[in-house]
Design a protein around this ligand. Structure first.
Ligand SMILES: [Zn+2]
Length: 456
């Protein structure tokens, strides 16, 4: 009973058990569930900085109750810097979680943690399943502009974000640096209006210059296609990045890039410039000069390119030409450290055969100190990146793996998580030989060093 009273005292109430708002916690306690007590413990822990939770969807609701009712001054809520709800455990619990949902209201409350920097949230949902209606949040009232210290947000399996939420994200944080979306489950619907997310955040960034990373994971060819949908584009068109003057990780769909480039070409009055050189220069119009990692994914719709290319050329030729140009603009892109092309290459394999593309880019990248990631490049990479990563079972100190991850795992920039290293492009196994024949693998890495004038 003492704990019961403590819960309500902390909740800004006097513990009057007849009060309607006590119904939920009282029911939980009477049924022997411990979420209200866990929430109480967390709120009182003086040095708790990092909280990772697997399956307790109700815990976030009780915790957010404290925040909603003004108990933010408790030591625990003051101390929290990082919270993650819906972390996969690698156990049967994950199956349970996937059937449930987490409330947008709880997420909004977490933004009110006074010193919060990082939130990972799985299955953000805007439909209240009990009420069967959309969760309405008065953002202006609950989260005034500039009121949140949040810097990094990672939204997993998020299938819909209302306009108001996008607007709040561009008003509430004082210093947002990283925003990531990921499709983790095949059951989720599509995340729409992605271009609006990008353009509104661009406006936000225009006055702040804080955005370093904007990622959409697991949408690439090898994983789940069709998860993202922009307005008249796949995710967003390159010009939406005009106002990002601090971005370090730039990820874009090859199709969107090609679509925008072809529109630009059509709009031109003077068409005397060769198309290839026009497209090559086009990238410099929108790619932020602060880019450190440039990640391309997907293929291009075939119809968009009919009649555009000379014999023997296709959009892969264009991408390669553009990448080569990017590598040579060293004065403009001084921060560039890596270009990721694996997914474009994988998509290209569906429609073309022959030797692997991007071999010239690999060699030029090596010369200029830029890592060019392709399906066959076995060069030891020179740079390490710290992309936004979703927490998983290996991060759970009290989980099956004791908070330890196998040392040799590598980060997959398309999936947003670390994965086993596999065969490390051995060139002999079934997977490798499915990509390219043995002859091709044997020839890779045997080429002479490039001549200085090869790319002039
Ligand atoms: Zn292999």
């Amino acid at each position: 009973m003492a704990l019961y009273t403590a819960y309500f005292m902390l909740n800004g109430q006097e513990g009057d058990a007849s009060d309607e708002s006590h119904e939920e916690p009282r029911k939980a306690l009477e049924l022997g569930r411990d979420e209200p007590l866990k929430a109480l413990l967390i709120a009182q822990c003086p040095r708790i900085r990092d909280l990772k939770v697997v399956e307790q969807i109700r815990l976030v609701a009780f915790l957010s109750d404290f925040l909603n009712k003004g108990a933010v001054s408790t030591q625990g809520l003051q101390s929290l810097r990082s919270v993650a709800f819906g972390v996969p455990s690698g156990t049967w619990l994950d199956e349970e979680v996937i059937q449930s949902y987490r409330s947008a209201r709880s997420f909004a409350h977490l933004l009110r943690l006074p010193n919060i920097e990082y939130i990972y949230f799985d299955q953000l949902r805007w439909i209240d399943e009990e009420e069967e209606e959309e969760v309405l949040i008065d953002w202006g009232d609950r989260l005034p502009p500039q009121s949140s210290s949040i810097q990094h947000i990672f939204l997993d399996s998020c299938n819909y974000v209302p306009k108001e939420f996008i607007d709040a994200l561009t008003a509430t944080p004082r210093e947002l640096k990283r925003l990531s979306f990921r499709c983790r489950s095949r059951t989720v619907q599509r995340l729409e209006n992605t271009d609006r997310i990008v353009s509104k955040l661009g406006e936000y960034n225009h006055s702040k210059s804080t955005m370093e990373s904007l990622m959409f994971y697991n949408c690439c060819t090898a994983n789940i296609s069709g998860f993202l949908k922009g307005h008249r584009c796949t995710v967003y068109l390159p010009h939406e990045l005009y106002l990002y003057d601090s971005l370090k990780d730039v990820q874009i769909s090859c199709n969107d890039m090609a679509q925008a480039a072809s529109h630009r070409w059509e709009d031109r009055k003077d068409k005397s410039q060769p198309k290839m050189s026009f497209w090559r220069e086009y990238i410099a119009e929108w790619l932020p000069t602060t880019t450190q990692a440039f990640i391309l994914w997907g293929g291009c719709y075939r119809w968009r390119w009919e009649g555009y290319f000379e014999d023997g050329q296709d959009y892969v030729t264009w991408v390669e030409d553009m990448v080569l140009a990017l590598l040579t603009w060293r004065k403009k892109y001084t921060d560039l450290k890596a270009i990721f092309l694996e997914d474009v290459e994988r998509a290209a394999l569906l429609s073309r055969s022959g030797d692997p593309p991007f071999q010239k880019a690999v060699r030029l990248g090596k010369k200029f100190g830029v890592d060019v990631h392709t399906l066959t490049n076995r060069t030891k990479f020179q740079h390490e990146h710290h992309f936004p990563r979703a927490p998983d079972q290996y991060d759970l100190v009290t989980g099956s793996f004791g908070g330890k991850r196998p040392d040799n795992w590598v980060f997959d920039v398309y999936q947003g998580k670390t994965v086993p290293p596999g065969c490390a492009k051995c060139g002999n196994c079934e997977d490798c030989l499915e990509l390219y024949p043995k002859r091709v693998w044997d020839s890779i890495g045997m080429e002479d060093d490039i001549e200085d004038d090869e790319f002039e």
